[in-house]
Unconditional design. Structure first.
Length: 118
């Protein structure tokens, strides 16, 4: 599975942003896809995941409700919508994938950098 993340950049605090992750290379119907982020100088943290076949979602407890994960099966793309972005959302955002039965993510995109200005 190859993952290509996009949609990052410099954004103003309070605006919305949608990141995309396009997958290719393997049948994805039995995969779980996820978004992680890594702020400067900090560890990479899980944000949310979505099961490709059913669309079931799961969010980290720390997510405030401003993040929404979704997928478009026809486009083989997973999205992360971030509403009311804050400066503390500044981070490199990574998409990842794993077979549903796996316990760790084995496929990673290259990351897309989001910088939020106040």
């Amino acid at each position: 599975v190859q993952l290509q993340a996009s949609g990052g950049g410099l954004v103003q605090a309070g605006t919305s942003l949608r990141l995309s992750c396009t997958a290719s290379g393997r049948i994805l119907s039995r995969y779980t896809m996820a978004w992680f982020r890594q702020p400067p100088g900090k560890e990479r943290d899980f944000i949310a995941s979505i099961t490709w076949s059913s669309g079931s979602t799961y969010y980290a407890n720390s997510v405030e409700g401003r993040f929404t994960i979704s997928r478009d099966n026809a486009k083989n793309t997973v999205y992360l919508q971030i509403d009311s972005v804050k400066p503390e959302d500044t981070a490199a955002y990574y998409c990842a994938g794993r077979p549903v039965q796996a316990t760790s993510y084995s496929y990673w995109g290259q990351g897309t950098l989001v910088t939020v200005s106040s």
